[in-house]
Design a protein around this ligand. Sequence first.
Ligand code: HEC
Length: 204
Amino acid sequence: MKFSYSILVFVMIAFFSSCKNEEKVDNSSKQEEEQIEAISKINPSYQQMGLDIAFKTKAQLGKHLMGTMKEKGAIAALEFCNVKAMQLTDSMATVHNARITRVSDKTRNPNNKANETELKNIDIFKNMISNGKEIAPIIETINDSIYFYYPIVTNDMCLKCHGTPNKEIDQATLLSLNNLYPTDKAVGYSENQVRGIWSIQFQK
Ligand code: HEC
């Protein structure tokens, strides 16, 4: 693949230049590599490309989120769940000439609403998870475009902002959320649920 070498170099630079907790980042990227390897046999190039984008964006998001939550609390961290604000997403999009979005069936920001295809795939991922199946990406090819979908699953950290109001979400966070997102539907989640999907489009 003509992209793969430059992607690798880019990812390594992005990772190590911004990394404070090297051991942790190292581990998770190794796990991700193993996961990528395990499923890339089906369709190596496109799967790997899509997973690469999704995992690296997620890792970056998680790192910002955890750091800010620890230092300044949930309210200050709100902006970090905004994928559009993330530099890495933009650089990834440029390198891959890709469109990277994160969408949901129950949105906080109405701009992140899933379209019909995405909604259908969200249901497929929900079934995969409730049946305890191994998660595999969904890849569709239409003309020269590859459409890549991968679920975004909740863990306990997400519940501070996506859990149950006044239980996991404290009063102050709730107030800010209501202010910023008057039509917020993204609450009431528990752990290990499909919160949304990565929807990534790139050219063959
Ligand atoms: C500090 C609060 C906070 C935490 C913690 C948090 N989020 Fe969010 N989340 C938000 C905000 C705010 C938005 C809206 C961002 C925007 O305007 O695009 C959002 C949006 C999203 C979206 C996009 C769809 C939508 O509803 O607009 C997904 C998917 C998502 N979050 C998943 C997660 C997952 C998974 C976790 C845990 C790993 C998590 N979030 C943790 C605050 C948070």
